[in-house]
Design a protein around this ligand. Structure first.
Ligand SMILES: [Zn+2]
Length: 214
């Protein structure tokens, strides 16, 4: 993929994320791994007016070429995930409502619905709280993510990752849906959590049938 089309994909992904209701204003940020580091949305980017040329190219050590806008304040978090996970090529961060409600209550999302398998885990963990934009938060998020594709950030929001931007966005949408379902199940006395055996069967089926599940 050329850098030009990667920039356009990132802008389209940002608009898609906001159109899907995963954030308000300019909250949330997205990145894509590149040969030289990553492309990331600039700080304070408004989805309607963000242009592909405004996307920031930087190394994973934080070096950005001159004449660019400032990268998202969460660039440390994106870079830490790429350092830790060679299999991950895209990272999405947002403050979607239900994921954030659970994050504020420090409640991980258990296997209350089988679609949690999309996140690659049986329970979506909560990364311990650290101030936004800090290296402490980057370490906390990368640690909680582990080998999965999603985690909640305490008192903050959610992080979703994938081999592609499409996958990372699909995971972010699913995390928000799972969070809403779990929140709703708690409101009526608590959902019944699927067993490890049941989740193992789901993972096997997902591996065999890709995305062809409903
Ligand atoms: Zn945030």
């Amino acid at each position: 993929m050329s850098e030009g089309s990667a920039r356009s994909d990132l802008v389209a992904g940002y608009r898609q994320m906001m159109a899907a209701g995963l954030g308000t204003g300019s909250s949330g940020n997205l990145s894509l791994r590149t040969a030289r580091g990553m492309l990331i949305t600039p700080t304070g980017a408004a989805p309607a007016t963000l242009e592909a040329r405004q996307v920031v190219a930087m190394s994973l050590a934080g070096r950005a070429g001159a004449g660019q806008l400032l990268p998202s304040s969460e660039w440390h978090m994106h870079a830490a995930i790429y350092w830790a996970r060679p299999d991950i090529n895209a990272v999405v961060h947002c403050h979607s409502r239900y994921a954030t409600i659970l994050a504020c209550a420090h409640r991980p999302i258990p296997a209350v619905h089988y679609m949690i398998a999309i996140a690659g885990v049986d329970e979506i963990p909560v990364a311990p709280y650290a101030t936004f934009g800090t290296e402490a938060l980057a370490g906390s998020a990368a640690g909680a993510l582990g080998q999965g594709r999603a985690c909640l950030l305490a008192n903050h929001g959610q992080i979703a990752a994938g081999v592609s931007l499409d996958q990372a966005l699909a995971v972010a949408l699913e995390v928000e849906e799972l969070a809403a379902i779990y929140w709703g199940s708690l409101a009526i006395g608590g959902g019944k959590i699927l067993s490890q055996e049941a989740m193992m069967e789901v993972r096997t089926a997902f591996a065999g049938y890709g995305q062809q599940h409903d």
